[in-house]
Design a protein around this ligand. Structure first.
Ligand code: GTB
Length: 216
């Protein structure tokens, strides 16, 4: 049986690949593992049956045989550990790739999410205009540091890895803010990752869900 993941029945991002089933789909595509998707409404996510799988009532989840997992980062790591292609064989290189996954989630993502939340929920506040540049500068600090580390390299540490996959998914959240364009090497890095056939298959699959929901 294929692993089963959960995703939004109708994603609020309108199929832009921002929901967190996207990194899981991408990882599964990279390693060539077919998967099934169970789509959930917002109300179904809060029901006991789903809360037993995901204590916070969110997507994605991952079920494979006797294993149920939640947290997209943990799911990607699990996939990467069980299949060839997303983590190096060499133990030290493997540890560094995993460190990049954590860097994406715990160092890059927090200021990016904070900026995104402000842009969605705080636009009408009278202090928004004063707060926005500060939030943007915090993101710029991280992008500058990342760009200096990346230099002219294709990927963060040797071959493409789960570290790049998670990092690109985090950076993808900045699409449309104009900030990525200030960092040409990061823009090129993201474009390189998004050109991967596995990314494109994953992106098209989640977009197809949105299109089907909109048509129905
Ligand atoms: N840390 C968890 C993980 O990585 O798996 C976070 C999971 C999570 O945030 N899930 C969201 C969810 O289920 C969907 S992805 N939300 C429903 C709820 O909490 O009730 C986050 C997301 C949602 C919407 C957009 N968007 O519209 O652009 C982007 C990202």
């Amino acid at each position: 049986m294929n692993p089963i993941i959960t995703a939004f029945e109708q994603s609020p991002d309108r199929g832009r690949g921002l929901a967190r089933d996207m990194p899981v789909r991408w990882a599964l595509e990279e390693v060539g593992q077919p998967y099934d998707v169970r789509l959930l409404s917002f109300s179904a996510m809060k029901e006991a049956a789903h809360l037993a799988l995901q204590p916070f009532g969110q997507i994605p989840t991952y079920q494979d045989g006797g294993l149920t997992l939640f947290e997209s980062g943990a799911i990607v790591l699990h996939i990467a550990e069980r299949h060839a292609g997303l983590l190096p064989e060499d133990a030290n290189a493997r540890a560094r790739a995993i460190a990049w996954m954590f860097a994406a989630k715990s160092t890059m993502e927090p200021p990016i999410v904070e900026l995104g939340m402000a842009m969605i929920f705080e636009r009408d506040k009278d202090w928004y205009a004063a707060r926005l540049p500060m939030l943007q500068d915090r993101v710029r600090d991280r992008l500058g540091q990342l760009s200096r580390r990346l230099g002219e390299a294709d990927w963060l540490d040797g071959a493409f890895s789960a570290g790049d996959l998670v990092m690109v998914m985090v950076l993808h959240r900045l699409s449309g803010t104009g900030l990525l364009e200030e960092y040409p090497s990061i823009s090129a890095y993201i474009a390189r990752a998004k050109a991967r056939p596995a990314f494109q298959r994953a992106f098209e699959a989640q977009l197809a869900v949105f299109k089907a929901a909109s048509a129905g």
